[in-house]
Design a protein around this ligand. Structure first.
Ligand code: BGC
Length: 387
């Protein structure tokens, strides 16, 4: 890829912040047909015995010498309503289903942490206690993996962190810790390149003709590696490629479409000048920006260029309809495939040196699997819609 992208893990010095939030009662992650536990709810209702019974039947570890030789994979997601994660987990589940179709006794236990690190820690403890052979963790607070790491290590259960990247020092704490995701630098760079190409091809998109592009940034969660890095690389790439930028607004919308819709609305209403470019850290926030223009009944030909990242189904549809100018495909299917293959290998006791990953997927430093991002504009969108 371009610009000598950094391939190493994140360092402690990268800006970080936790994600506060309340935990709802346990719910099944939409689209999951994996086994889903309601043990906390059951326990709260005094049904501890029931919760334990459900779990005892559900988890097991082919690696632990169990006679039944079944594989159980625990998965904890930070927020079941996150569009990108929903797609990733749907894909993950399909890969598990294909293995089942080959006669393998495999199942997943999926928990929604509802943005609470404490709840996630508890869920992981339950999964470990109930013999899941491997745990996949989408950290709520990517700076707070220690409790999970300590517990996993004590019980010798490998952990695959995914999507929300912990710092390198934490991942190095034990050799059975892995990370599956993508390279945030790359997504920002590709978004910046797409926006640059667009303005070079469409000089009229500089609506006031002042030679600089008035832009706003819609940023994901404060402290998330993809938010900080995407913004920085997108803007820097445009500047390095000769576009003069003039920042007229900024909002943190936490990856969320509704928050983005309202914050973008405020930016439109308060800006003295016409916004010519919206750089959104993900598709859901780009869609929120589109809705803000639609809410105000601003004609489409007066909208700015709007770029997202992810290539979710809804994002791709918006590109197809010409509402979103472009997006950067964040390969949820590839990440799900890599995670499932690695989880299966680890749960069945394959030694790290012998793990065979699906074609085209590589592990670096015996730790990291990163899938590449790809640019998607209206010309290429059909290819991605039919993936
Ligand atoms: C995705 C976002 C998602 C976030 C969750 C990012 O990589 O682009 O859409 O909300 O991960 O951690």
């Amino acid at each position: 890829m371009k610009m000598g992208l950094k391939k190493k893990g994140l360092k402690k010095k990268d800006p970080v912040e936790g994600v506060p939030g309340k935990r709802a009662s346990m719910k099944e992650v939409p689209g999951m047909d994996g086994i889903f536990k309601r043990m906390r709810k059951a326990a709260a209702a005094g049904s501890v015995a029931l919760a334990i019974a459900v779990l005892t039947g559900a988890c097991g570890n082919a690696n632990a010498g169990s006679e039944e030789r079944y594989v159980r994979i625990g998965v904890s997601v930070y927020d079941q309503y996150d569009t990108f994660l929903m797609e990733l987990m749907n894909d993950f589940n399909s890969f598990v289903d294909s293995r089942k179709a080959q006669g393998i006794d495999i199942a997943t236990v999926v928990q929604d942490a509802s943005r609470s690190q404490a709840a996630q820690n508890e869920d992981v403890a339950d999964m470990i206690e109930n013999d899941c052979g491997v745990i996949c963790v989408n950290l709520v607070d990517r700076t707070a993996p220690t409790e999970i790491i300590d517990l996993a290590r004590k019980n010798d259960v490998p952990v695959i962190f995914f999507n929300r990247e912990l710092v390198e020092e934490d991942l190095m704490q034990w050799d059975k810790l892995y990370y599956v995701g993508a390279d945030a630098f790359e997504s920002g760079t590709l978004q910046g390149e797409m926006a640059t190409d667009y303005f070079k091809a469409h000089p009229e998109a500089d609506r006031n003709g002042d030679g600089s592009i008035q832009y706003v940034v819609l940023e994901g969660e404060a402290g998330h590696q993809d938010a900080i890095i995407r913004t920085e690389y997108s803007v820097d790439t445009m500047i390095m490629q000769g576009i003069i930028l003039d920042k007229v607004g900024y909002a943190i919308a936490n990856w969320n479409r509704a928050q983005s819709r309202s914050k973008m609305g405020q930016l439109i209403d308060s800006s003295d000048t016409q916004i010519e470019l919206v750089l959104a850290n993900n598709d859901d926030m780009a869609l929120g920006a589109i809705e803000a223009y639609q809410d105000r009944e601003i004609p489409r030909d007066e909208w700015p260029a709007i770029f997202g990242i992810d290539g979710t189904q809804v994002g791709l549809k918006a590109v197809e309809e010409g509402l979103m100018t472009g997006t950067v495909y964040n390969d949820s299917a590839g990440q799900a495939k890599a995670m499932e293959a690695l989880a299966y290998a680890l749960a069945t006791g394959v030694s790290p040196a012998d793990i065979e990953l699906p074609e085209g997927i590589e592990m670096t430093d015996n730790k990291y699997i990163r899938l590449p991002y790809e640019k998607v504009d209206r010309e290429k969108v059909q290819e991605y819609l039919s993936k």
